[in-house]
Ligand binder design. Sequence first.
Ligand code: SAH
Length: 255
Amino acid sequence: MVKAKKHLGQHFLHDKNIASKIVHSLSNFNLPTLEIGPGTGVLTQILLPLLGDKLFLIEIDTESVTFLKEQYPQLEGKLVEGDFLRFPLDKLMQGSFQIIGNFPYNISSQIFFKVLEHRDRIPEVVCMIQKEVAERLSSPPGSKSYGILSVLLQTYYRIEYLFTVNEQVFTPPPKVKSAVIRFSRNNRQSIPCDEKLFFSVVKASFGQRRKTLRNSLRSKFVDLQTENEIFNKRPEQLSVEDFIFLTGLVADQQK
Ligand code: SAH
């Protein structure tokens, strides 16, 4: 058996019913699918008969890769040993594809930033992550847990909180509860403002959550004119559209 390694965020799911529920949260089995971090293959064994040669996998842990190749010889050529965050995605997947996985919780945010970069090729993601992060990503404007990644991801994806998963169904059990969420690409092709500036306005706005946007943004954009009433608000009050409008105001002043 593969020994769970803490530094790789390895918590192996041992409940087959939950594994099946996660897999069947994908809405389409006709698309090439990338599983991130298959570990000992609890999702893989359910995915394989549904996807056949449309299943691709990337796993960083040599021991898990060896184990999987022994158990599932048909994965030859489909299973890459590597770090998802560093591996050039174009070498891994061609065209449009979806992502599934019980993500290593310590790098879930970085995985999401990579998804965002490649959003036009990734129509759907189903993943298990830390419950608290799942709540943050799926929360609407106005709620306490709404933050930077909620805004950036909700700009391009509809995010659904599907279900909560308890600690006891993992070996070893993690310290936190988990949840499964689904991202579906929305219709927004692009935003009507500079994307880099949009990202930095969102980040700066949440820099000091309790402060008004006027205060937070002035520390990043020196000499910013802040007469507009939107600057009296706090970041969690703003929708994606509000952030786009705000970015427009900042951009106009930088000309
Ligand atoms: N899918 C398995 C394992 C989940 S634990 C299950 O549900 O039981 C997370 C898995 O991600 C581990 O197998 C770990 O080795 C792998 N992993 C960690 N960091 C990774 C990275 N950067 N790239 C690819 N896989 C990674």
